[in-house]
Design a protein around this ligand. Structure first.
Ligand code: S3P
Length: 176
């Protein structure tokens, strides 16, 4: 089994946090959720950082955290925020990481999951027309996720245990 960091990327609602927690438990690793870590370190919600300091301030914090975590010798399972791939600097770091798993989903899947889990209130980029926002983000980011991913899992129709098993399979086999 891998001794390297395992990084999950993908759009909001793909299940990075739920799956990441299970993968970490199976691997006996520390789990880090990027957004939760940022909220804990700064004592403010992601929405509050977006609203009072602006998205660029959030992206800077997010990049610094990514850099710090990936530089650490202690391997973690990291659930990134969906926008981590926007910064070239982050993509460069991710491309040097052995296991970057893209949890990919159809927009319809994300829309129903996000509505069902009440995950919208804390995601400022989804304010407004949810379907349209997801379609734009999916279109804009698809190539960026593909650029950094060592492995892709289509999560539509799968539950988090099934996705977790697939991640474990992939990190056992797929390496840069
Ligand atoms: C964002 C995704 C969110 C959070 C922020 C911005 C994005 O994380 O970092 O609201 O740009 O896709 P999750 O993907 O964990 O929801």
């Amino acid at each position: 089994m891998t001794t390297e960091h395992v990084v999950l990327v993908g759009l909001m609602g793909t299940g990075k946090t739920t799956v990441g927690k299970r993968v970490a438990r199976e691997l006996g690793r520390r789990f880090v959720d990027s957004d939760a870590e940022i909220e804990g370190l700064h004592g403010r919600s992601v929405r509050d950082i977006f609203e009072s300091s602006g998205e660029p301030a959030f992206r800077k914090i997010e990049s610094e955290l990514l850099e710090q975590l990936l530089a650490s010798d202690v391997a973690v399972v990291l659930a990134t925020g969906g926008g981590v791939v926007l910064a070239e600097r982050n993509r460069r770091l991710l491309k040097q990481t052995r296991h970057v798993v893209w949890l990919r989903a159809e927009v319809g899947t994300l829309e129903s999951r996000l509505r069902a889990t009440k995950g919208l209130a804390r995601r400022p980029l989804l304010d407004g027309d949810l379907r349209q926002r997801l379609e734009v983000l999916s279109y804009e980011r698809g190539d960026l996720y593909r650029e950094v991913a060592t492995s892709i899992i289509d999560v539509d129709g799968l539950d988090s245990d099934q996705v977790c098993d697939l991640v474990l399979d992939r990190v056992g086999g797929s390496e840069r």
